[in-house]
Design a protein around this ligand. Structure first.
Ligand code: CUA
Length: 342
């Protein structure tokens, strides 16, 4: 891999994007103009309304300016005197004060109505609840009612508009301010230490939706990505059952497991059924069920996992996980063990 810098952007990222652009190219762009969930629909409606009103204002103002510029341009034979100056006209002053106030009032009403529609939504008793915990620079997702903990890839059930099954998120941060944003599902929600914020989504279309942290939170803010997988209820229930299972125990990778349990790994990570119950890094119990590594910096393949464990800074400069400094043999065994965590 060659490393060169153009301004602040590492060209290395272009030379090797660890399979991410190929994967992301299969996912529709995360445009706010293509909403698939009620809160995002509300925001889209308000945006289109505001754009329509401001476009009309722009056309009127730009049209009048263009007309004046052409109609009153300098011509041969002008006498060079100033045109008549108009001020102190009550009807004109009244018009250009009242009309903008009315326009702003209409925009205010429609915005407040949308905010109310989204925020006043009551949580049905059978809604899925997820605790979102932001870390520098990854997302922890805990499903308290289901006993599941995962990272960076949120799974939620498809919500049929006739029988909605929304997902309610409670968001908090363990370090600095972050912002949770999946443009096609809902607006941004600030994720702040010592403050619990809430939001909800009810995706109507199955698929994978890309999101990202939308508040600058340090070195790897730009690589604090997330994905939301929306799947029909049966598939979601299968995923839940898979996540609830204890991790596989494979005697063939016992040495790798010993390395995991005897090094710093276990201080930061949890693998259920082992002595490792750290909370500083992602829960690895079902690591291999996730598509990506390092909050979306790399596709989760065995080769990438080896690079990551060897030195996360190669993929994600500034990542808080230290290089493990294992010899090649131990690194292979540790990765072999991690690769069994389905
Ligand atoms: Cu977290 Cu930006």
């Amino acid at each position: 891999m060659t490393i060169a810098f153009v301004g602040c952007s590492p060209v290395a990222a272009l030379a090797n994007d660890w399979g991410m652009s190929a994967s992301n190219s299969k996912i529709p762009p995360s445009s706010v103009f293509n909403p698939v969930s009620t809160p995002a629909h509300e925001i889209n409606t308000v945006s289109l309304f505001v754009i329509a009103i401001t476009a009309v204002i722009f056309l009127i103002v730009a049209g009048l300016i263009a007309y004046s510029v052409i109609r009153y341009r300098v011509r041969a034979g002008d006498d060079g005197r100033e045109p008549p100056q108009v001020y102190g006209s009550n009807p004109i002053e009244f018009a250009w004060t009242t009309v903008p106030v009315l326009i702003v009032f209409v925009l205010l009403l429609i915005t407040v109505r949308s905010i109310y529609t989204v925020q006043a939504h009551r949580r049905p008793p059978d809604a899925i609840g997820v605790r979102v915990i932001a870390h520098q620079w990854w997302w922890e997702f805990r499903y308290p009612d289901l006993g599941i903990v995962t990272a960076n890839e949120l799974h939620v059930p498809l919500s049929d508009p006739a029988h909605p099954t929304p997902t309610f998120l409670e968001l908090e941060s363990v370090d600095v301010a972050h912002s949770f944003w999946v443009p096609r599902l809902a607006g941004k929600t600030d994720v702040i230490p010592n403050k619990l914020n809430t939001m909800w989504i009810d995706p109507h279309v199955a698929g994978t939706y890309l999101g990202q942290c939308a508040e600058f939170c340090g070195t790897e803010h730009a690589m604090m990505l997330l994905r939301v997988t929306v799947e029909p209820r049966a598939d979601f229930d299968r995923w839940v059952a898979g996540q609830q299972r204890p991790p596989a125990r494979d005697a063939a990778v016992a040495h790798g497991r010993e390395i995991f349990e005897s090094t710093a790994c276990m201080n930061c990570h949890t693998i259920r059924g082992t002595g490792a119950n750290g909370r500083f890094g992602p829960d690895l119990t079902h690591l291999m069920t996730r598509e990506t590594l390092g909050a979306g910096v790399a596709m989760n393949t065995r080769d990438h996992l080896r690079v990551w464990v060897s030195d996360p800074n190669v993929m994600k400069p500034g990542a808080l996980m230290p290089a493990m400094n294992l010899d090649d043999h131990d690194l292979d065994d540790l990765v072999a063990y991690l690769a069994t965590l389905h």
